[in-house]
Ligand binder design. Structure first.
Ligand code: SF4
Ligand code: SF4
Length: 350
C-alpha cells in the first residue's frame, strides 16, 4: 500500500512550489505538454502525487526530469496552480533526496545557509592567499591544481554516489527487469543528452533557447578543458590564449543574455526564479568574466600588481566548484541526462 506523507505539500513549498492544492485535476497541463506521452503523463500525475503526499512514488519516478520547463502548462492552467514550477521544485527536492550529504536540501531551503557557505569559502580563499603573501605564482599554481582536484573529488565523493542513489530509486526499486546489455545499448542516449540536451527541441518555440544552451555548454566544457589541461593562464601558445578568450567570452555573453531574460521575465521559466537559479547564472557569468579579465591582465603584464583580480576569480571558482556544482543547479544538467539514460534502459527491459 502506498505511504502518504501529509507534510509533503508544505515541504515542497520550501523548494519553491506554489499551492498544488489549487489543482482540480482537469488535465489541461498534460494535454498541452509537448513532451509528455502515453507512458509519462506529466505534469498532472506529479501534481496529483504531490497533493496526495505520495513522496515515495515521486522518488521512484523519472518524470520530473523529463520536463524541460517550457512553461506552457503553467500558462494554460485554469487554476494557476503553476504545474511547471511544481515540476521544477520536484527536481530540486529530488536532488536533495539523491544527495547523501543532505547539503543540497539545506542550501535549497535556506538562503541564509547558502550565503553563509559562500562567505565561509570566500574567507577561506582570502586566508589561504594571505598565508601565501598574495604571491602571484603560488596563487596561480594553487588555482590550477584546485580545479583538477576539485573536479575529481566532487565527482568521486558527491556526484557518482548521488547518481547511484538516483539509479537505486528510479531503476532498481521499480523492479523493472533490466538486462545488463541495456546499460551498454543505452549509453549513446546518455552522451547525446549530456552534450546536446536535444529533448529541449521537443518544446514549442524552443530552438533559440536550445541553441543558447548548446553554445553555453560547449563554451563551459571547452574552457574547463583549456584551463585545466591546456593551462590557459600559464601558456605561451597564441592559439590556446585566443581559444580561452573566445570560450570565456561565450560564457559571459550568453549568461548575460540569460540574466537579462530573467530580469525582463519574458519567459515562463524566468518568472518564478528561485535563488539557486540566480546563483547558477550569476556565478557562471562571473566565472567567464573574471577568467577573461585575469588572462587579459596576464597579457598586459599587470596581474602581479593587481593580484586582487585573480583573488576574485579564485573565490568565484572555489564557490562554484564546492557549492553550485555538487549541491546546486549544476546537478540538474547531470541528473537530467541520467534520467534520459535510465528511461531508455527501462524501455529496453527484457
Ligand atoms: S491544468 Fe492546472 S488544474 Fe488542471 S490538472 Fe493541470 S495543474 Fe491541475
Ligand atoms: S513546463 Fe513544459 S515540459 Fe514541463 S510539464 Fe509543463 S508543458 Fe511539459
Amino acid at each position: 500500500m502506498a505511504r502518504i506523507n501529509p507534510k509533503f505539500s508544505a515541504e515542497l513549498k520550501s523548494f519553491g512550489a506554489f499551492d498544488a492544492n489549487a489543482c482540480y485535476n482537469c488535465g489541461n497541463c498534460t494535454a498541452v505538454c509537448s513532451l509528455s506521452d502515453e507512458n509519462n503523463s506529466f505534469p498532472r500525475k506529479m501534481v496529483r502525487y504531490s497533493v496526495l503526499g505520495l513522496d515515495n512514488e515521486i522518488q521512484m519516478s523519472l518524470e520530473p526530469w523529463l520536463c524541460y520547463y517550457c512553461g506552457e502548462c503553467s500558462t494554460t492552467c485554469p487554476r494557476e496552480a503553476q504545474p511547471g514550477e511544481l515540476m521544477m521544485s520536484l527536481r530540486r527536492w529530488l536532488t536533495s533526496k539523491y544527495d547523501w550529504t543532505g547539503l543540497s536540501g539545506l542550501l535549497y531551503k535556506s538562503l541564509s545557509a547558502t550565503i553563509v557557505a559562500f562567505i565561509l569559502l570566500a574567507a577561506g580563499v582570502i586566508w589561504f592567499a594571505a598565508s601565501q603573501n598574495f604571491n602571484t605564482e603560488k596563487m596561480l599554481h594553487f588555482g590550477h591544481y584546485f580545479e583538477m582536484i576539485a573536479i575529481a573529488a566532487v565527482f568521486v565523493v558527491i556526484l557518482i554516489p548521488d547518481i547511484i542513489n538516483m539509479w537505486w530509486k528510479t531503476v532498481y526499486k521499480t523492479k523493472v527487469k533490466v538486462p545488463v546489455s541495456a546499460y551498454f545499448k543505452a549509453l549513446g542516449e546518455l552522451i547525446i543528452h549530456m552534450f546536446t540536451q536535444k529533448r529541449t527541441l521537443g518544446c514549442d518555440d524552443s530552438k533559440t533557447r536550445w541553441l543558447e544552451h548548446l553554445i553555453l555548454v560547449a563554451g563551459y566544457l571547452t574552457l574547463l578543458f583549456t584551463t585545466v589541461f591546456l593551462d590557459w593562464f600559464a601558456t605561451q601558445s597564441t592559439f590556446i590564449i585566443i581559444l580561452g578568450y573566445v570560450e570565456s567570452a561565450v560564457i559571459f555573453v550568453i549568461t548575460f543574455i540569460f540574466m537579462g531574460e530573467r530580469i525582463m521575465k519574458k519567459q515562463e521559466v524566468s518568472i518564478h526564479a528561485h535563488p539557486s537559479d540566480w546563483f547558477f547564472v550569476i556565478w557562471l557569468f562571473l566565472m567567464g568574466l573574471t577568467a577573461f579579465t585575469v588572462r587579459l591582465f596576464i597579457d598586459l603584464d599587470i596581474l602581479e600588481t593587481n593580484i586582487w583580480m585573480y583573488l576574485i576569480h579564485l573565490i568565484i571558482l572555489v564557490q562554484w566548484a564546492l557549492i553550485i556544482v555538487p549541491f546546486g543547479k549544476w546537478t540538474h544538467f547531470l541528473f537530467r541526462s541520467f534520467a534520459m539514460y535510465f528511461q531508455r534502459i527501462k524501455e529496453l527491459d527484457g
